[in-house]
Design a protein around this ligand. Structure first.
Ligand SMILES: C[S@@+](CC[C@H](N)C(=O)[O-])C[C@H]1O[C@@H](n2cnc3c(N)ncnc32)[C@H](O)[C@@H]1O
Length: 311
């Protein structure tokens, strides 16, 4: 059993004194040893702490203070040493001193990775690693149009980052577009645009897509889009929850009121799914990292130039 071990400071003249030993024995008898105890080590005393109910500690100290056989200095030191210890408070005044921050460790991560590979769903991907230049008319320009058509005019592998928020098909009143299409039509169109996104993205490029499912229709758009992009052999890098503290979720506590047979689940956030094409390491930033390492090792910029020497 593990404890937090802390010295119990006592004036020198009290150490090893018969009356001190009697008091310590009495204190030890008042607590469960698996929770806390005082242990003598050479010519000093240690507190072995696992957990303590503070009200009980205080009651014991008060009780023993009333008994003239016991030295109040020792009791005060006992109480204050326990109080000084940082701890994790559990319900009421129970304090826990060890084990509260223990994490279960993942075993053999490297071995598993070698045996199973990572992102198995991208096996067989054959993306061209050669990037193309973005055509001049598209540099620093905003193009208004149907994404499928605009992207269709671009060469493959010419975009570093796509950050997009497609319509959610909630029935919002956009100027130029119907936002309450049949779901199949909606996904057909969206997936055609995503195919274009995958095509124009460079090897190592990233696609971040902000989406909100329509909960009331039970359409998990974020999962369907993720499945689509994983089928296209992009690597799912992760998911960001964009906490919006949505007003309509303020009544979460009323979730099952009037609807106990089918309670509402409420979400205050939107999703941002992030994908990588071909590799998780972006080649451009990876090469910058290498140069930074080179610089930090020998002051050389790796291209025949050197950083000026510090004076
Ligand atoms: C969820 S909103 C995102 C708005 C965006 N974040 C912004 O601030 O402009 C979806 C947008 O996609 C537009 N949209 C819908 N269909 C489109 C299409 N086929 N091509 C390009 N944009 C489209 C809608 O008009 C709407 O402005």
């Amino acid at each position: 059993m593990s404890y937090r071990v802390v010295p119990l400071p006592l004036p020198k003249d009290l150490v090893c004194k018969a009356s001190t030993e009697v008091l310590i024995e009495e204190l030890n008898s008042r607590f469960n040893h698996s929770e806390l105890s005082i242990v003598k080590s050479d010519d000093r005393y240690e507190l072995h702490l696992r957990e303590a109910v503070m009200s009980h500690v205080e009651t014991v100290v008060e009780d023993l203070c009333r008994d003239s056989r016991y030295d109040a200095t020792i009791l005060c030191s006992f109480l204050s040493t326990i109080k000084e210890q940082s701890s994790y408070g559990l319900s009421g005044d129970k304090r826990v001193y060890v084990g509260y921050n223990a994490e279960r460790k993942v075993e053999g991560r490297k071995e598993k990775e070698t045996r199973r590979g990572r992102h198995f769903y991208t096996n067989g991907a054959s993306f061209d690693e050669l990037a193309n230049l973005l055509p001049e008319p598209y540099i620093n320009q905003i193009h208004c149009g149907d994404s499928e058509q605009v992207l269709g005019q671009l060469p493959a592998n010419c975009v570093d980052l796509i950050f997009t928020s497609p319509p959610y098909n909630f029935g919002l009143g956009y100027d130029a577009q119907e936002d309450s299409d049949q779901w199949q039509n909606y996904f057909d169109k969206l997936f055609a645009i995503l195919d274009e996104c995958v095509r124009v993205l460079k090897y190592g490029g990233r696609l971040a897509i902000n989406i909100q499912p329509l909960y009331s229709d039970y359409i998990p758009s974020h999962h369907m889009i993720s499945k689509k992009l994983m089928d296209a052999k992009l690597i799912w890098k992760g998911e960001i929850l964009w906490e919006k503290n949505n007003y309509n979720c303020k009544y979460t506590a009323w979730g099952s009121w009037k609807s106990p047979s089918n309670p509402y689940l409420k979400y205050t956030w939107e999703f941002i799914e992030v994908f990588c094409k071909g590799t998780l390491q972006n080649p451009v930033t990876a090469s910058m990292q290498t140069s930074v390492r080179t610089i930090s090792r020998n002051g050389s910029l790796g291209n025949g130039l050197s950083l000026p020497k510090r004076t």
